[in-house]
Design a protein around this ligand. Structure first.
Ligand code: SF4
Length: 133
């Protein structure tokens, strides 16, 4: 499901949340071209729990790192349509939401802080001739 669109017109990407649920159909995802859907859309999916490297058996460690390592970027809860079922919110409360708009599905920021928050290895992709990966 698409829950937001990543705005790239400021110093760093910020998610603008949609006010309705938008299924991530192939047609919707195709509107991101020539960029990748993950560069344009903030996507949400059912928590995979034990199939996810962030799950420790009880909690989402990514949510914990987001809430504890990132600074808040908003001072009120973003208008997010999945809050009632969001694992990050149920686990970390408003601390997750105040930081959530700066979280994008993919990032090209390989700063030490971003790596620490991610908790995953950096995947390097070759650039194409037009500069797009
Ligand atoms: S952390 Fe908050 S803003 Fe982010 S997806 Fe969950 S409910 Fe929405």
């Amino acid at each position: 499901m698409v829950i937001g669109v990543v705005q790239h017109d400021g110093p760093s990407p910020v998610v603008a949340y949609l006010n309705a649920r938008l299924p991530a159909t192939p047609e919707v995802l195709a509107t991101a071209a020539p960029l990748k859907p993950t560069e344009i859309f903030r996507l949400a999916a059912t928590c995979a729990e034990h199939k996810c490297p962030h799950f420790d058996g009880a909690d989402c460690r990514l949510a914990t790192r987001v809430a504890s390592l990132l600074a808040p970027v908003v001072d009120r809860l973003p208008p997010c349509v999945i809050r009632r079922e969001c694992r990050w919110y149920s686990q970390e409360g408003s601390a997750a939401c105040m930081r959530c708009p700066q979280v994008t599905t993919v990032t090209y920021d390989v700063s030490p802080q971003t790596r620490e928050v991610s908790g995953l290895p950096v995947i390097e992709e070759p650039l194409q001739a037009d500069g797009l990966a």
